[in-house]
Design a binder for this molecule. Sequence first.
Ligand code: 7TS
Length: 405
Amino acid sequence: MAFDVHDIREQFPILNQKVHGKPLVYFDNAATAQKPIAVIKAISDYYLNYNANVHRGVHTLSQRATDAMESVREQVRAHLNAAEAAEIIFTRGITDSINAIAYGLSNTVQKGQNVVITAMEHHSNIVPWQMLCERTGAELRHLPMDEHGELILDRLEVVIDQNTAIVAFNHISNTLGTINPVQKIISQAKKVGAWTLVDGAQSGPHTIVDVQSWDVDFFTLSSHKMYGPTGLGILYGKRERLEAIAPYQGGGEMISTVTLEKSTYAGLPHKFEAGTPHVEGIIGFGAALKFINEIGIESISAHEQSLLEYATKQCSGIKGFRVIGNSKNKASVLSFVIDGVHPYDLGVLLDQQGIAVRTGQHCTQPIMDAFCIEGTVRASFAMYNTFEEIDSFISGLKKAVSMLL
Ligand code: 7TS
C-alpha cells in the first residue's frame, strides 16, 4: 500500500477537530498515539457481539473471545518473531512488564551482583530495579551518556561485568529520541552471561523488532503507543527465562492446582496472567498491529524521519532554540528548550493555538539533571502528522516565544 498521509488521517477521526478554535496538531505521540477506526471498531465489535470472559466457559461467546485473544497472541509472536506464542505475555503496560521481571528476579539476584541500566531510562525502567536492589542488596549501575544524548559505549565493558545479573535499557529514548545500539549492548551482556531486557516503548511504533535475531531475553511494548488501546502491554520472554522466574501476581487462571495450603502454577503464558485479562485491549491491539503492518513500518518510519529533519531545520532559526538530544541515530522525537523561557509556558501557549506537545521531565528526571535543565518541550511525530502541521507548530512557537521573551 502506497504511503498517503491524507488517506491515513481519514482513519483517525479524532484528528479532525478544533482546539481553542484552531485545527488540532497532535504532537504528543511519544506519550500516546491516537487510535484508527479499525481499532475502535474491533473493540465495539467485541462488546456488541461476543463479550465474554475467556478460557472459563464452554459456551460459544467465551470460545469466540478466547479464540480472538489467542489469535492476537500469535499475531504478536509473528510481529516480534518470537519462537512460540507461549512466550508472549499480556500485561498492563511496559511499567507492569518491567515490574514483573524485576519482582520475578527477587529470589535469583543476590548481594554481590549488579543490575545495569542506562542514564537515559524512563522512570519505569529505573524504579523497579532500585526496588529489586533494595530487596536483594544488589548494586544498581548505569551506562553513562554524552552531551549529544548518546550512550558512552567505551564504558560498556567496565559497567557490565561478571557480576551483572541483568542489563535493562530502552531501544529508543522517549526524551532524546536516541536510538540505542541494541545488539552491541546485548552482545556485551551475553559475553558475561547477563540477562537482557529491552524497553521497546518508543521503538514498537517505528521500527521492526526481531527478538530472536537480537537474542534478547525480555522485550516489552505498550499497546497505547502503537495506536492500540491503553491498559495493555506485551511482555516477550524466552521460554527458559520465563520458566526460571517467579510469577509476580497470584490468582485465577495462573494456577495448575490449588489447595487451601499450597498451589502449583500453570505453564506459559498463563503463569504470568493472573485474573481476567484485558480482552478488549488485546483484540484492539490485534487490529492496531494489522493496521500498522498494512501501511508498513518502513514507510511509517521514513515519513516520520523526514518530519523530524524538517522540524529540526525549521526550529533551528528560532531565537534561543536548543535541541536536547542530537544523536546521530535518532527517532522522531524533538525535545528542546528555548533559553530564558519555561517549557510549561510554551506548552500552554502552544495549546492555545491547538498544538499538543508535552512539556516537563517526561518521566526521565535523570536526563534533565544530566543536561542541567528543568524540563523540555517535546514534539513527537507519528504516521499521521504532516509538514503543514510542522509549519503551524513553527509559527505557533515563534508567536509564543515572542510573547514570552
Ligand atoms: N519506557 C519508555 C521509553 C516510555 O517512553 C514510556 C512511556 C514507558 C516506558 C512507560 O510506558 P507505560 O505504557 O507503562 O506508561 N512514556 C511516556 C512519555 O514519554 N510520555 O508519557 C508517557
